[in-house]
Each structure stands twice: as C-alpha cells, then as structure tokens.
Design a protein around this ligand. Structure first.
Ligand SMILES: Cc1cc2nc3c(=O)[nH]c(=O)nc-3n(C[C@H](O)[C@H](O)[C@H](O)COP(=O)(O)OP(=O)(O)OC[C@H]3O[C@@H](n4cnc5c(N)ncnc54)[C@H](O)[C@@H]3O)c2cc1C
Length: 511
C-alpha cells in the first residue's frame, strides 16, 4: 500500500479514499507519462478515474457520489495532480457546476446533472473568461437572451481548460444591459450548455507553455439555443453562483498542485543521493539539504492550510479569504519550489526526461489561472479590511508618570468635556503629541471627547474654516480624517506641551 499523509480530522472514509486514489495514481503513472510524450489527451485514464468513482467525492450519496465534501475533492485533486493532464481535467470537471449546482440548482437539476458528475460519464468545463473579461470577470460580453422557454447564447469564451474534450460547459452570460443591474452585479446568469448544442462550437485550441496534453481553448456561441431548464440559479444571480464556485475552484485548483510537489520531493531525494560531484553525493552539501528542507516545509504548510480551508468549506463556512490565501500560497510556493529543485539538479533539472521542467512550467500557470496572484491579494486585502477584528482602534493615553504614551483602554483626559471648538481643537492637537504623523478619524475624536456626532462635525467644519485643522475628505466629499495645523497646534497648547526629550539627553543641547 502507498504511503499517504492524512489529517486527524479526516473521516475514516476520507482516509481510505486518499489511499485508494494514491494507489490508483501509482498504478497509472506510466500511462500518464506515455500520453504526455504522445501529446494526446489521456481519455483512457480519465475513463478509469470515472470507473473507480473518483469523480464523485463532492457529490452527495443520494445522487450517486461518495459524499466526501470539499476535502474529498481536494484529496482526489492532490493525488491525480501527479497525472498532470488528468489532474487538471479532473479539477475543472469538478468546477464545472458541482458546487454551483449543489448550492443553486433545483432538485430536478440535481437529479439530472449530479449523477453524471459523480460517475464521470460527462467531463465538465467552466467558462468565465472571454477576450474582454479576464480578472474583470464581471465584464463578460457573451449574451443570453430569453426567447419563449429558451435562451439564445451569443459570444465567445476563451482559455477554457478541457475545451473540446468536455461534454458539459458551465457558462456565465450577460442577461441585462441595465447600468443599475451592472452596478449591483445583477447582470449575469449561469447556464449549463451541452456539447452538440447547435450553434455551439470549438473555435481553437490554445498552445500554452504548460498543461501540455490538457487542451485549453476558445469557444463560440452563435445563436446557440438552450432550454430554460439549463439556467442555474435565478436570472441575474450569476455573480453569486460564480463566487460560490470560485472559492471551491481556488482551493481545489491549489490542491492539484500539491501532488506535483510530492513528486518533486521524492525525485530530489532520489537524485541528490545518486549524483556524485567532488567525490561525494551532492546531498552532503548543506545548501542542498537546506533547500530540500525549505521545500518540505512549504509543502507541509501548503497542505495544512489547504485542508484546513477545505474543512471550513465542509463545515458550511464561506472561506473567501482562506481560499484566496491557499491559491496564492500554493502557487507561489510551487514556483519557488520548482525553481529551487531545478537548481539542485543542475543541467539534469532542465531535461524533459525528468519531471521538474514540466512542473516548473505548470507552476507559472498556477499563478495566473483561476484568478492571478494580484487578484488573490486584492480579495485578501479587501475582505480582511471589512472584518471587525482588523478594525480595532488602537488607543494610546499619555502617562505623566513615565512621560510616555501607553497603549490603554482608559478614557481620554478629554472625555465628557463640552463639545465646543476649543475642546475639539485640544483633542486633535493633543493627538499630535502621540501620533505626530497620522490623522484622526471622526470616530477617534468622538471616542476621546464623547457626545453628539453632529456637534463634533459642526465644530470640525468651523475649525477647518479657520485653518486650525485640515480635513481629508473621501470621494463623496465627506470628512474622513482630521489633523491639527501648525496654527491649530499653537492655539491649542503652549509649545512646551509638545516637547519631549529622553532622560539621557543633555540640557545643554536643548534649545
Ligand atoms: C492554463 C489556463 C487555464 C485556464 N482555464 C480557464 C477555464 O477553464 N475557465 C475560465 O473561465 N478561464 C480559464 N483561464 C483563464 C484565467 O482564469 C485568466 O487567465 C485569469 O483570470 C487572468 O485573466 P487574464 O489572463 O485575462 O489576465 P488579465 O486580467 O488581463 O490580467 C493581466 C495582468 O493585470 C493584472 N491585473 C488585472 N487587474 C488587476 C487589478 N485590479 N489589480 C492589480 N492587478 C491587476 C493581473 O494580475 C495580470 O498580472 C485559464 C487560464 C490559463 C492560463
């Protein structure tokens, strides 16, 4: 039996599943390599994957699946990732509606599509990207127009993994041109389109630097008609459907790469013990040991974080930030790991006869596919910025005894004073003594003095008009931040109030 890492929180079924898929992969590596060299899509292996039921981990048992959740999906993706094209096609097939149908599909749709996802009788593709819509996925131009009980699709999709070989295409199309809908992200609707639909064709296969024998292509919809039954979710709710799918996509897309790292680590131990330079195996060099240690560390961290995120998804959470972190971390790690691995193996690292150069190329793709690293960073920043835990005002209160500001929960010395211009100016000027370089928010001012927001705002506007403070306004013109000017500081307190010297500083040097 193969040796597989499992986590203590996995169910026995998930652990068994991991071993089963890992063994399958061991048994089929040679065939996957064969198809890589033949530059042919490995239909026969994909059929075997389907026969084993490995397409079913994310599908509930009542629809013919294994009900092993996102964790099961990641386990399969991680192991199958070692079979390259098979891993990629498995991954997109899982993304082509599984999460979306489970969350937004009707019971009839579940019964219609989920069994064919579970038994792998249909491969899926997910179609968001278009010539004008990459990172800006809301900018899709493919239209869906209602005509009786049917929808008529027109437009192009591009960069689609499994284009051509897939049977079921989960697409997003524009169903409204109303600028208000656009603002609310209510202009998109999602649909399932089957291969063979008249007017739906494969335009081209895109030659890429990686994904060697996994086809990636352009699709054309020319008055392609589909029944309203194929609409998933309500009209105009496609953005929510897409976002639900994307968390899972980012996670499973990063899981598929972890299998490749395992391959690299095994290869590095194998290679470095056998390569002799200066009369000793190169693994005796500390730098090489350290590099392999770094690679193993990253592999372990990526795995832990990914399966933790899968657990959150399986617990009904919406781990938007974590899914983006997993995607960014795994793909950046893989680029770094493969670059190091190539270096460790010298010229041999570059040969196509070994797996390193192939994984290096795939790693770079990972940083772009399913939302670039920059987009993951935007998501991580923007969603974190909304969380209360990162928005706790930090208060410093001046302590006369130690003559320094202390981080404190105490009320300010100005709390409860009457709200008038003089006291407001004192609050803002006093802040200069502690935070000379930053502004105060209106909430900070109110936290210090208390009382009515309206009165504070009026007082601040008046202080601004007199040039005693400066206000920083947001795009709508609303005052967001305030700070005392030189004139304001001078008016609020005598100069000595702001002076501060450490005890060791010589009196003679002060002026
Ligand atoms: C191998 C492969 C397989 C793919 N498979 C699929 C698939 O199956 N289905 C599918 O729908 N799509 C697929 N894609 C498309 C993929 O999702 C897009 O390539 C990706 O989202 C980036 O879009 P883009 O290539 O148009 O780059 P662009 O969006 O044009 O980005 C160009 C550069 O600008 C940066 N950028 C853009 N906007 C911002 C911003 N606001 N802030 C900072 N930087 C920004 C990007 O990070 C990037 O560096 C695949 C792509 C590849 C390479």
């Amino acid at each position: 039996m193969v040796d597989v890492d499992t986590f203590f929180w996995w169910s026995d079924e998930q652990k068994e599943f991991a071993k089963k898929v890992a063994q399958f992969v061991e048994d089929n590596i040679e065939e996957a390599e064969y198809y890589f060299w033949k530059q042919k899509f490995p239909h026969s292996i994909v059929k075997k994957v389907a026969k084993e039921g490995f397409f079913g981990p994310g599908v509930p048992k009542k629809y013919g699946g294994l009900e092993l959740g996102a964790t099961g999906g990641c386990i399969a993706a991680e192991q199958l990732g070692r079979l390259y094209a098979v891993g990629h096609v498995f991954t997109v097939s899982m993304l082509a509606g599984l999460e979306q149908i489970l969350r937004f599909g009707t019971e009839e749709q579940n019964r219609m599509w989920l069994p064919s996802i579970a038994d792998g009788s249909e491969i899926g593709a997910v179609c968001i990207s278009e010539p004008f819509a990459g990172s800006d996925a809301a900018n899709i131009m493919t239209t869906a127009t209602k005509d009786g009980d049917e929808w008529v699709l027109n437009g192009k999709k591009r960069m689609i993994t499994a284009a051509g070989v897939a049977d079921r295409y989960f697409i997003y199309a524009k169903t409204s041109d109303d600028p208000e809908d656009r603002k609310q992200y209510a202009h998109i609707t999602s649909f399932v389109v089957k291969k063979g639909t008249p007017g739906f064709s494969l335009e081209k296969i895109n030659p890429l630097m990686g994904f060697d024998n996994a086809p990636n292509g352009y699709l054309d919809f020319d008055n392609a008609r589909i029944p309203d039954f194929n609409r998933v979710g309500e009209v105009g709710k496609g953005w929510a459907v897409m976002m639900a799918g994307l968390n899972f996509e980012r996670l499973i897309g990063s899981a598929v790469l972890m299998g490749e790292v395992k391959e690299i680590i095994q290869f590095l131990f194998h290679y470095t013990k056998r390569r002799i330079q200066f009369n000793r195996p190169i693994n005796r060099n500390t730098n090489i040991q350290f590099d392999i240690a770094d690679i193993i560390t990253r592999y372990k961290m990526a795995k832990l974080f990914s399966y933790h995120t899968a657990y959150q998804l399986d617990s009904g959470m919406e781990p938007m930030i974590e899914a983006s972190i997993a995607k960014m971390m795994n793909t950046e790690y893989l680029v770094e790991i493969t670059r190091k691995a190539l270096q460790i193996c010298g010229g041999d690292g570059l040969t196509k006869f070994y797996p390193l150069e192939r994984v290096y190329r795939e790693a770079k793709i990972g940083e772009i596919v399913a939302g670039t690293t920059e987009i993951q960073k935007l998501i991580i920043y923007r969603f974190s910025a909304m969380l209360p835990r990162w928005n706790v005002p930090i208060k410093f209160r001046w302590n006369d005894e130690v003559n320094a500001p202390l981080m404190s929960k105490r009320d300010s010395r100005f709390k409860g004073l009457e709200i008038n211009e003089e006291n407001l100016l004192k609050v803002i000027a006093h802040d200069y003594k502690i935070n000379p370089g930053i502004y105060m928010t209106l909430d900070d001012v109110r936290e210090d003095i208390g009382g009515s927001r309206v009165k504070i705002k009026q007082g601040i506007e008046s202080l601004e008009n007199q040039g005693l403070i400066v206000c920083h306004r947001d795009r709508s013109g609303k005052i967001g931040l305030v700070k005392a000017t030189y004139k304001g500081l001078s008016k609020a307190f005598p100069k000595d109030y702001y002076r501060w010297f450490p005890a060791w500083y010589d009196e003679a040097d002060k002026f």
